[in-house]
Design a protein around this ligand. Structure first.
Ligand code: ADP
Ligand code: ASP
Ligand code: MG
Length: 424
């Protein structure tokens, strides 16, 4: 007997029939004698609709409006998960399974005060553990907890993954299964590249890069938590027959295991390709080349919570003026330009230029640490397709390349095949 946390994403609970299907997956594990806690997302599309209600009518409460209140945003958008947790508990009870729904505040899952993007600080798993021991399935609303102000706080988009891993760590689960609409983590988004291959295993560090660089199959924070707390996490499909014998294989369930790199025997040089849309580039021209200039630029941007990503600075020709280019999310461009304008004299530049609608494509693999020439292969493959590179950044285990938006899919497919990732 083991303790399992099962998480079901939006498409897996999109309607009542799918919720009944999810109940069959849960029943399989209960019948096998396991203690089970379930984490659910809102029905697919629901969170978008709720966010739209809060933010979509600028005349009433646009996110930049002085009337906008992040606490009430959370009160509204957390409701989607409340609905699915209750519905799944009912579906389970209808199958004679003892089940009870839990909202984040009832457990409680304690978070910090960053409404809309809160971090989980602490979970009191004792009540759930006790009830699971009595044979009750806990059906927990994902994506939410209780802030220090005693109000509902949500964890950022995709946050139910994080709820699930955090709960798995808190109740010391033997496994955390993330059920979604694909049957595992692929070498790249299988919706963009049909030749993508499912990975049997992926290292925590690689998954962390994949998720941070745009692969939304897992929320970044969930991977961090899984890595830190050593939660055995599988990504698998809720659309497979719940009663197929392989689905109940405890040690080797169908899907992808996120694990320590030592567990991966055949390590490839490149494991996957990720992409992030809606990047924007900002360039400061004829910038004074002096100590402190970077601090003068990026300090105020950071204070305004603008997430700066790739940074490229030219070596100046005459030692007095240079150019600086960096990227921010497209949605932050106007704010960034405003902040740079307010600090123009302190920074000392001539003009600021910007371009939106760019895409960052990234090549990821821990095998890169010990292999030369990985970047050169990407540059050549993109050049052969006539794709212009606007900026490049690298780390030990990834290369990120900024390109024009319309080339995104071509670039992902090109990189995927140039590293031999296409399935035969
Ligand atoms: P859920 O609602 O279950 O949380 P998400 O839509 O958040 O599901 O995440 C699953 C989706 O992630 C898939 O449908 C797929 O299109 C996308 N995805 C992006 N990159 C990858 C990848 N490398 N492997 C698998 N899926 C990926
Ligand atoms: N329902 C939330 C969202 O759509 C959380 C999640 O699905 O993980 O972002
Ligand atoms: Mg998700």
């Amino acid at each position: 007997m083991a303790r399992i946390v099962m998480k079901f994403g939006g498409t897996s609970v999109a309607d009542l029939d799918r919720i009944k299907n999810v109940a069959r997956h849960v029943k399989r594990e209960v019948d096998a004698g396991h203690e089970v806690a379930v984490v659910v997302s809102a029905m697919s599309g629901k969170t978008n609709e709720l966010v739209g209600w809060v933010q979509g009518t600028p005349k009433v409460v646009g996110a930049n409006s002085p009337f906008y209140d992040a606490r009430e945003y959370d009160a509204v958008v957390a409701s989607g998960e409340q609905v699915t947790s209750g519905l799944l508990a009912i579906a389970l009870q209808a199958m004679d399974i003892n089940a009870r729904s839990w909202q984040g505040w009832q457990i409680p899952i304690r978070t910090d005060n960053a409404h809309g993007a809160a971090r989980i600080l602490e979970i009191d798993g004792s009540d759930i553990i006790k009830r699971m021991g009595e044979g009750q399935v806990a059906v927990i609303a994902g994506f939410q907890g209780l802030g220090p102000d005693n109000r509902i706080a949500t964890l950022g988009r995709g946050g139910s993954d994080t709820s699930a891993v955090a709960i798995a760590a808190a109740v010391k689960a033997d496994r955390c299964d993330i059920y979604t609409d694909v049957d595992g983590v692929y070498t790249t988004d299988p919706r963009i590249v049909p030749q993508a291959r499912r990975l049997k295993k992926i290292a925590f560090e690689e998954m962390l890069e994949m998720a941070s660089l745009g692969a939304k199959v897992l929320q970044v924070r969930s991977v961090e938590l899984a890595m830190v707390h050593k939660v055995r996490t599988f990504v698998r499909s809720s659309f497979e027959d719940p009663d197929a014998p392989s689905m109940g294989d405890f040690l080797n369930p169908p899907g992808t295991l996120i694990c320590d790199e030592d567990e991966i025997v055949e390590q490839e040089v490149v494991t996957g390709i990720a992409y992030a849309k809606d990047e924007a580039q900002i360039s400061l021209r004829r910038l004074a080349d002096r100590p402190g200039v970077s601090a003068a630029i990026f300090g105020p941007l950071a204070e305004s919570h603008i997430n700066v990503d790739m940074i490229v600075q030219n070596i100046s020709e005459d030692g007095s003026k240079t150019d600086m280019t960096f990227t921010v999310p497209s949605g932050d461009v106007d704010k960034a330009i405003r902040v740079l304008g307010e600090n123009k004299e302190k920074i000392g530049y001539d003009v600021v230029q910007n371009e939106s609608g760019l895409v960052k494509v990234s090549v990821i693999g821990i095998g890169m640490r010990s292999h030369a020439g990985v970047a050169a292969t990407a540059f050549k493959a993109l050049a052969d397709k006539g794709i212009n590179i606007k900026a490049i950044t690298t780390s030990e285990i990834k290369i990120s390349i900024l390109i024009d938006g319309p080339y995104a899919e071509l670039a992902v497919r090109t990189l995927h095949s140039c590293y031999g990732l296409d399935k035969n």
